[in-house]
Ligand binder design. Structure first.
Ligand code: ADP
Ligand code: GLC
Length: 477
């Protein structure tokens, strides 16, 4: 059995990243190597990617790739075996991977990512010019979701896996574009890729792929319900026998307080004090008596940060402070800036995307808040655990699977690593923050929890074998 995988993703850290998908796509190859699986990763040739791909070998080309020529360059960067889809008409633009400078979706996003999926399927079916051909095609989210359709249309024999990182993004397209997207006409039915009269690129992947995975066991169950399935719960229920929930890990080479070059390094909870003081000084916050809570997040509805705005008075009342790093929805940006202006001594807000500051915040905070309405896995609570920065999380998705609640049972058993709240409301979050402040005041209990958190496994050791088992099923089929 050949143990080769082509992974197709629209972002891969450290080259391009807007969220956790990039982290996971960037970490999987390193995690699966010890399991005996060699992963090559195909990603769009955005300007930053082409820069890194300079001098790469051309291993595939197609003259008419959704409106212009495309070719694939093979190169190595950051220890990853990468394939850049160089198609200037689609990716060589000034702006983000999905949005233009005006903050709006690129109008041709469907074609841009259909092309990525097309190249992925072609490589999986026919191989590269150098003879390499994967046994498994592993695609991520709606941006790569058409690949299993194209692969089947080509009669390719590779097994296919689609991973759902977030079911909220479907890649919905007007039905009239199905031939432009090279989709088989016969598939435009409710059992196929039609979604209420439109095309759902994600749904296509969920129907056509041989296996489906998502990024935590709890989210795998939640996806089957109307509350969380975002209209795709029916499709997923019909295919639940091929759906697996495999928890994400973090890249422990990047997120490790003992080796992190961005912070004052530490191995024990006591080492956090220096980082806390430095963070307060950097943000202009007098060190609070209560817990310094940090947030590192996209500012979107999903993340439940409106609940935090509503619960903020209870945190401040209890002696705590808040430091937030995030970007996204302009309404949230303004609301948090406003909170900082109202409480300059207790609330600090940095709007923007800043990798190094994210490390300093997670090292310097006492607690990290993740009050998401839904969260397929979530990575920042895992960073928090690794850094002894106790997570306060909503009881949902991967947040439910990764934090051990400091309720009476958890405290008695001496295993708690953070606080979970439910229902996901401002009132329940407010109570959780008050409980956090009470625990913080009990130095012994707090330090014990920090030790538990720092010991909790958050790497890929448990999940890599689960992916390897899935790959093996697909390669053998
Ligand atoms: P999601 O993918 O839904 O955004 P995750 O928790 O899985 O949520 O991953 C988010 C990733 O993006 C983490 O690595 C987090 O540190 C990073 N991140 C989010 N916002 C920022 C920001 N403003 N600056 C730096 N890193 C950020
Ligand atoms: C998505 C989810 C997040 C998950 C990440 C990586 O962006 O919102 O919960 O951790 O993908 O799988």
């Amino acid at each position: 059995m050949r143990r080769t995988v082509l992974s197709v993703a629209s972002e891969v850290a450290p080259l391009v990243k807007t969220g956790g998908l990039a982290d996971v796509a960037g970490a999987l190859p390193g995690a699966l190597l010890p399991e005996g699986w060699a992963i090559r990763t195909l990603l769009p040739g955005y300007p930053a990617v082409l820069e890194a791909a300079r001098g790469g070998r051309e291993v595939w080309r197609e003259e008419r790739l959704f409106g212009g020529p495309g070719r694939v360059l093979a190169f190595e960067a950051a220890g990853l075996d990468l394939l850049a889809l160089d198609a200037p008409h689609l990716y060589l633009r000034d702006g983000g991977p999905y949005l233009g400078r005006d903050g709006r979706d690129w109008p041709d996003n469907a074609e841009r990512f259909a092309a990525l999926a097309w190249a992925g399927a072609a490589i999986a079916a026919e191989g590269l010019a150098d003879g390499w051909r994967p046994a498994v095609l592993h695609v991520h989210d709606w941006q790569a979701a058409l690949a299993p359709v194209y692969l089947k249309e080509r009669g390719g024999r590779a097994g296919s896996l689609i991973t759902i990182h977030n079911v909220a993004f479907h890649g919905l397209v007007d039905a009239s574009r199905r031939s432009a997207l090279r989709l088989p006409e016969a598939g435009f039915t409710p059992e196929g890729y039609e979604f209420w009269g439109r095309i759902s690129m994600l749904k296509a992947g969920l129907v056509w792929a041989d296996r489906i995975s998502t990024v935590s066991p709890t989210y795998a169950r939640e996806l089957l319900t109307p509350e969380f399935g975002m209209g795709l719960d029916g499709v997923l229920r019909a295919r639940h026998h091929v759906l697996r929930g495999i928890l994400n890990g973090i890249d422990e080479r990047v997120w490790n307080p003992a080796t992190d070059p961005a912070i004052a390094r530490y191995r024990a909870p006591s080492g956090k004090a220096r980082n806390r003081a430095a963070l307060c000084a950097e943000l202009g916050l007098p060190p609070p008596k209560g817990p310094l809570c940090v947030v590192v997040s996209r500012l979107s509805e999903q993340k439940g940060l409106d609940l935090l705005l509503a619960a903020l008075p209870r945190l401040l009342e209890a002696g705590g402070a808040l430091a937030l790093l995030g970007a996204g929805d302009s309404g949230f940006e303004a609301a948090f800036r406003n909170a900082a202006a109202t409480h300059p001594d207790r609330v600090a807000v940095r709007i923007g995307y800043d990798e190094a500051l994210a490390h300093r915040m997670i090292a310097g905070g006492d607690a990290i808040l993740v009050p998401s309405r839904f969260e397929p896995c979530g990575l920042t609570q895992l960073y928090g655990l690794r850094y002894g920065t106790l997570p306060v999380v909503a009881l949902t998705g991967g947040l439910a699977d990764t934090v051990i609640n400091a309720n009476d049972a958890g405290m008695k058993a001496g295993v708690a690593t953070g606080i979970q709240f439910h229902p996901v409301t401002a009132a329940a979050l407010g109570e959780a923050l008050e409980r956090l402040a009470a625990l913080f005041a009990d130095r012994e209990a707090w330090t014990a929890m920090q030790r538990n958190a720092m010991r909790h496994p958050v790497g890929w050791a448990a999940s890599a074998p689960a992916y390897a088992a899935l790959y093996a099923e697909l390669a053998a089929a």
